[in-house]
Design a protein around this ligand. Structure first.
Ligand SMILES: [Zn+2]
Length: 163
């Protein structure tokens, strides 16, 4: 039964199609404003850049943006767990389109819709502490997280999550 309702939620519902259409329309209208390309011919200044991130606890790492997409300014620190790992030393951003990450290096990638759903589910479970209210629309939350495919995701290069 659990499985059935999950499938019903994830199959191409009309709502999902509408959301996709809305975000496509939004992008089309926003395009003229954002159409200005960077000096390197990309849509985002941070495209394919190696960027330093640092936390006040002392943690420091260099994260690579693997695509022409946005990155997050701040994320959770893997050393102290505080959401204080921030992009620093912007002047040291290095354009590196041919960079090959070292195993263990963290890399910005495009967020997938499946992963957005996973994040939505985890967030709701955390907030609701297992008592997810009946009627919670996970897909709607996932759509907000997914943001029409514009959201970044941070993964560790060289490791594959067990299925
Ligand atoms: Zn830290």
């Amino acid at each position: 039964m659990q499985r059935k309702s999950y499938a019903a939620q994830t199959m191409g519902t009309r709502e999902l199609r509408r959301a996709a259409q809305r975000s496509a329309e939004k992008r089309a209208t926003a395009a003229p404003v954002n159409r200005q390309l960077s000096d390197r011919g990309h849509q985002h200044n941070e495209a394919f850049c190696l960027m330093w991130y640092a936390c006040e606890c002392g943690h420091r790492e260099r994260i690579w943006n693997s695509r022409d997409g946005v990155t997050a300014f701040g994320v959770q620190c893997p050393s102290c767990k505080e959401p204080k790992l921030r992009h620093v030393n912007w002047n040291l951003d290095q354009y590196a389109p041919d960079h090959v990450p070292a195993p263990g290096q963290r890399v910005w990638i495009d967020l997938t819709r499946d992963r957005a759903l996973e994040i939505a589910r985890r967030t709701v479970n955390q907030v609701a502490k297992g008592n997810v209210p009946v009627g919670t629309d996970l897909n709607r939350i996932a759509d907000a997280v997914y943001n029409g495919g514009m959201s970044p995701d941070l993964v560790v290069y060289g490791y594959v999550e067990a299925v």
